[in-house]
Write a protein that binds this ligand. Structure first.
Ligand code: ARG
Length: 457
């Protein structure tokens, strides 16, 4: 009979389903049981609930856990349903579980408790991706490839330099997730509705039992603040944006025959038998849209909410779950696709010299010989245009352009081995050994730093 009374409290009428978050709360079923246990243990330790009642409630929580979320009675949310299930088992004394707290601090605690775990899952996925990228770099320090700006051939680079460019970005994504984790790692429990409680509770103790590093001190902030959800979703969205660039590069490289994706990460066409399509990477690219939508949905829901608790918050939470699931999965898939792709050194090297991609190196060489860089740039640009005519070699074109600009034919320069080197994609890469450059030596330094930063994270 007691249970019936409790269940009647959730009437809702025709809006019953609209009001209830019970289905979506499956995500925090385990978290709510942990929060209930910590709270009950603390209540007993503080002599607010007697040991026998606390023991009966803890026993009921074990049974409820074993029966699973689907076996819960109806309720406005998982917190109410679990409380009903406890009272069904223990009797009215089960209702002592909710002493000195509210669903407001309870849900805020559940979200942080569960999201901490999910953020660590996302961090792990970034580490796996960074390891995959570092491994590609390690194998391909000398694999020459075309580098692009505006998707036009720009300068020769190496596959290692390309891979480490993404590792650097993903490392910052890891750092942003750790930042979000640190701010998630504080307990709202014991804030009650928003104005604390007259019971002599021990908030530090529940925080400790739930593994939180600290207590969120202001009780109103503790129940109302969702900025850390926004911060987490933004960090995930930034990661997804990084992934979308990586996916796009691999899609373009596959299109040009520079990489072959493993069958596990490709799809075929239902009609065109010859097709091997980079579908997984296209989906990774699209997840950036989901994540941006998560940020947008959450921001719009939170904007302008007054203190303290408003039911709008119930619809804010799913944006975070959807975003963290989609982005973590996309990170894992991107890591797998990158790790298993085959790089075609020959087609990469052939393409690396196309489109006079060594022009910058030639201008650099002229500048090193004392010609102002701007003049060198003009000479090489003019020569590049002239050499497009059939039968005109780049050397002849350079000699002519030099005469026009410098009143000197630069015969020695044009015939030099240094120019031959500057025109050669491989030597051109080797020459660019400044800090962070693509020369194998400079990449070896980057790789050493990358391994220790992955290790440290
Ligand atoms: N299910 C709610 C949420 O997700 C928590 C319940 C608080 N409800 C309330 N009427 N104060 O935010």
């Amino acid at each position: 009979a007691e249970g019936v009374v409790r269940r009647d409290r959730f009437s809702g009428g025709p809006a019953r389903d609209f009001l209830s978050s019970l289905a979506a709360d499956e995500r925090i079923f385990g978290a709510d049981l942990a929060v209930d246990r910590a709270h009950v243990v603390m209540l007993a330790e503080c002599d607010i609930v007697d040991d026998e009642t606390a023991g009966a409630i803890l026993g009921a929580l074990d049974e409820i856990e074993a029966a699973g979320h689907d076996a819960l009675p109806e309720g406005e949310d998982v917190h109410e349903a679990i409380e009903t299930a406890v009272i069904d088992r223990v009797g009215p004394d089960g209702g002592r579980m909710h002493t000195a707290r509210s669903r407001n601090d309870e849900v805020a605690t559940c979200i942080r408790y569960r999201l901490r775990e999910d953020v660590l899952g996302a961090v792990e996925a970034t580490l796996a991706l960074r390891e995959a990228l570092a491994e590609i770099a390690d194998v391909h320090t000398e694999t020459i490839m075309p580098g692009y700006t505006h998707l036009q051939p720009a300068q020769p680079t190496t596959v290692a330099q390309w891979a480490l460019s993404y590792e650097s970005a993903v490392a910052r994504d890891t750092a942003r997730l750790f930042d979000a984790f640190d701010r998630l790692d504080a307990s709202p429990l014991g804030a009650a509705a928003f104005a604390g409680t007259p019971f002599e509770i021990d908030r530090e103790r529940t925080a400790e039992l739930l593994g939180f590093s600290s207590v969120l001190s202001n009780a109103t902030d503790a129940v109302a603040g969702r900025d850390v959800l926004l911060e987490t979703t933004q960090a995930l969205s930034t990661l997804a944006t990084t992934l979308s660039g990586l996916a796009e590069d691999l899609i373009v490289f596959a299109n040009r025959g520079f990489v072959d994706l493993a069958d596990d990460y490709s799809s075929t066409s239902s009609i065109m038998p010859q097709k091997v399509n980079p579908d997984t990477l296209e989906l990774v690219r699209a997840v950036a849209g989901d994540a941006a939508a998560g940020v947008q949905g959450l921001t719009t829901t939170l904007k302008g909410l007054p203190r303290a608790y408003n039911r709008d918050l119930q619809r804010a939470t799913p944006h975070v779950w959807e975003t963290v699931d989609a982005v973590t999965e996309a990170t894992e898939v991107a890591a797998g696709a990158a790790a298993t792709a085959d790089w075609n050194a020959e087609s990469l090297s052939a393409a690396a010299g196309e489109g006079f991609s060594t022009a910058t190196g030639v201008a650099d060489l002229l500048a090193a010989k004392g010609v102002p860089f701007r003049t060198a740039h003009e000479i090489v640009a003019e020569a590049a245009a002239a050499a497009e005519e059939p039968g005109v070699s780049i050397r002849e074109a350079l000699a002519d352009a030099a005469v026009a600009h410098l009143d000197a034919p630069l015969d020695e320069f044009v015939a030099s081995g240094a120019l031959a080197d500057a025109l050669d994609p491989e030597s051109s890469v080797v020459s660019r050994d400044s800090t962070g450059g693509p020369a194998p030596e400079a990449v070896a330094d980057q790789l050493a730093a990358v391994s220790s930063s992955i290790e440290a994270d």
